[in-house]
Design a protein around this ligand. Structure first.
Ligand code: HEM
Ligand SMILES: *[C@@H]1O[C@H](CO)[C@@H](O)[C@H](O)[C@H]1NC(C)=O
Ligand SMILES: *[C@@H]1O[C@H](CO)[C@@H](O)[C@H](O)[C@H]1NC(C)=O
Ligand SMILES: *[C@@H]1O[C@H](CO)[C@@H](O)[C@H](O)[C@H]1NC(C)=O
Ligand SMILES: *[C@@H]1O[C@H](CO)[C@@H](O)[C@H](O)[C@H]1NC(C)=O
Length: 497
């Protein structure tokens, strides 16, 4: 295969190149952690033991510190400096491949996309909440079923992905098309295709970052596109619906009753107003909507899976959380409003604690695009430096979580109680003590929607089933380099009645 040969050749060239070239570090830069083997640098430890390795670096060198990974110097920020990076616009949230993949369909404006999500999705939960619940109940019935006899599920994230995808589809592309199974599968799977591409070993960063990006998008130029399949399904299912809506709008004019979903919102936006629904138009819609699908479905189903494993492995939490759900259910007849979801304080504290524990070891890669940046502690990094947030340093910091930082204690998020009322730090709140959703004005615009959906789903599952881990213990997460993934061990569901 030509691809492989080119790959080997480039690897060889890189190898030679690097025998000559060593990383250069400026005078005032964060310290570069010592390493023994040229070229490889810290790559091995970072890939296979990032948890202990980063911890040791942090202890020995303080923060920020730099590592030599995949042939480039990368700076890692800890609990003190991460917020400076996340809040500064000169750090570009670097999702180069995703950008390339979607940009070939339409150039997207991330600021616009974020605003739309904030205003039209997170800001309209009261409009969507009853539909979200119907979709959740449908999914739970379909995938979990009755469980009269205890039933063990081993691939829970896949099922949760499909359930989440259907709620997302309902809100962003509308109720009609959310009924099609191929669309739901496509929503649940699109992230996987792109992620695979991203994890082709980033060997070429050994030469240069930009070359690596070019190499990774090479398949796109040759027509191998992991998402063109999704585009085809989308166009097939969605085009008739878009055409029909546009026809109705023209026919009824002023009398047209706006539908509540993102499609009708976009049809009102100046740059999406149209009479002709051709391929180009559908490509534009596809890029815009699937960029949102991409950001939402897998992150949400991952968080949901973690929460179920955290719940299933800790029987000491079951009673309290169950009682709270039962009371809210009784008071609302099962049709919950946004206020009802706000009343789930114990579940919310539990979820925040689950976010904390499932935090990646390091992530949120940003590329520094300014000329030079000086951290508050005086060290400076140059242009084009890759900066990673050592998220676990914040999530388990004794600065915020004291001596019990390693324990799973939902109650730590309760800040005060008076008159029987509990005041707590909500799971969706962004601040410097938890970076699950980022922080500052670029923090995740979909977090309210995500947290509400997750709480509703947990609420319905907890009321219906006893849920426990098959092992009877808290199962450890899986690690992929510095990423944290939910366990794939069994979860047992059994109907409460
Ligand atoms: C538990 C689920 C979720 C997690 C953990 C999560 C996490 C994040 C994080 C860490 C960022 C990057 C912040 C930064 O760069 O500083 C982000 C950005 C983003 N998220 Fe989420 N997210 C979740 C759910 C969602 C949902 C449901 C949506 C859409 C409805 C969404 C849409 C976005 C978008 C569009 C961005 C990019 C914002 C920008 O470019 O400025 N996310 N998310
Ligand atoms: C900043 O932190 C680094 C550790 O990353 C340390 O070596 C350096 O002395 C600190 N600089 C100042 C001015 O505190
Ligand atoms: C909820 O309703 C059921 C049956 O109506 C009742 O047995 C139970 O005590 C109620 N629970 C709470 C917490 O209100
Ligand atoms: C739930 O309540 C909302 C209004 O509060 C209503 O529009 C909706 O139809 C109800 N859903 C069900 C399934 O009863
Ligand atoms: C971001 O960093 C640049 C240096 O590259 C600095 O000039 C700017 O003031 C910073 N912005 C904020 C909001 O801190």
């Amino acid at each position: 295969m030509v691809y492989t040969e080119v790959f080997c050749l480039l690897f060889f060239v890189t190898f030679i190149f690097h025998l000559i070239k060593r990383p250069r570090i400026g005078v005032n830069e964060p310290p570069l952690v010592q390493y023994r083997f040229p070229i490889i640098g810290h790559t091995y430890y970072y890939l296979y033991d990032s948890e202990n390795f980063l911890k040791k670096c942090r202890e020995k060198y303080g923060e920020p510190f730099s590592l030599y990974v995949f042939g480039s110097v990368r700076t890692f920020t800890g609990v003190e400096n991460s917020v400076e990076v996340l809040k500064n616009d000169s750090f570009d949230f670097h999702a180069a491949i995703n950008k390339d993949v979607f940009n070939q369909f339409k150039k997207l404006d991330p600021v616009y996309t974020s605003r739309v999500i904030r205003e039209q999705i997170s800001g309209k939960l009261d409009v969507y909440i009853s539909r979200i619940q119907s979709e959740l109940l449908f999914g739970i019935e379909k995938y979990f079923g009755d469980c009269k006899e205890p039933k063990t599920f081993r691939n829970i994230q896949h099922m949760l992905g499909l359930i989440v995808a259907k709620t997302v589809a309902n809100v962003i592309i509308g109720e009609e098309v959310a009924q099609f199974e191929d669309i739901i599968t496509s929503f649940a799977m699109v992230e996987r295709g792109l992620t695979k591409m991203r994890f082709i070993p980033p060997i070429l960063t050994f030469i240069s970052l930009s070359l690596n990006a070019k190499f990774l998008t090479l398949p796109l130029k040759f027509g191998w596109n992991p998402i063109s399949r999704h585009r085809d399904i989308f166009v097939k299912r969605y085009k008739p619906i878009v055409e029909e809506r546009i026809r109705q709008r023209k026919k009824l004019g002023e009398k047209y009753i706006q539908k509540e979903d993102l499609l009708d919102f976009f049809l009102n936006e100046p740059h999406y107003k149209t009479d002709i629904v051709d391929d180009k138009y559908m490509d534009g819609l596809f890029a815009q909507l699937y960029a949102i699908v991409f950001a939402s479905t897998s992150s949400t189903s991952k968080a949901l899976a973690f929460a179920l494993f955290d719940y299933g492995g800790r029987p000491e939490l079951w009673n309290e959380i169950y009682e709270e759900q039962l009371k809210i259910y009784n008071d609302s007849n099962g049709n919950l409003s946004v206020e009802d979801v706000h009343k789930m304080v114990k579940l919310d504290c539990f979820l925040r604690e689950s976010f904390r524990h499932s935090s990646n070891i390091a992530g949120l890669m940003h590329l520094f695009t300014g000329d030079s940046f000086t951290f508050s502690n005086g060290t400076t990094i140059p242009k084009d430096r890759l900066v990673f947030v050592y998220t676990r340093d914040t999530a388990f910091s004794d600065k915020f979580y004291g001596e019990t930082a390693n324990d799973f204690q939902p109650k730590r998020h309760i800040t005060s109680r008076y008159n029987g009322k509990i005041v707590h730090t909500p799971a969706a709140k962004v601040d410097r003590s938890l970076l699950t959703f980022g922080v500052g004005k670029r923090a995740c615009p979909g977090r309210l929607f995500a947290v509400n959906g997750i709480k509703l789903c947990l609420h319905k599952l907890i009321l219906k089933y006893n849920i426990r881990t098959e092992s009877g213990k808290v199962d450890p997460p899986r690690r992929f380099s510095a990423l944290t993934l939910p366990p794939i061990s069994g979860l047992v569901f059994e109907n409460r009645n």
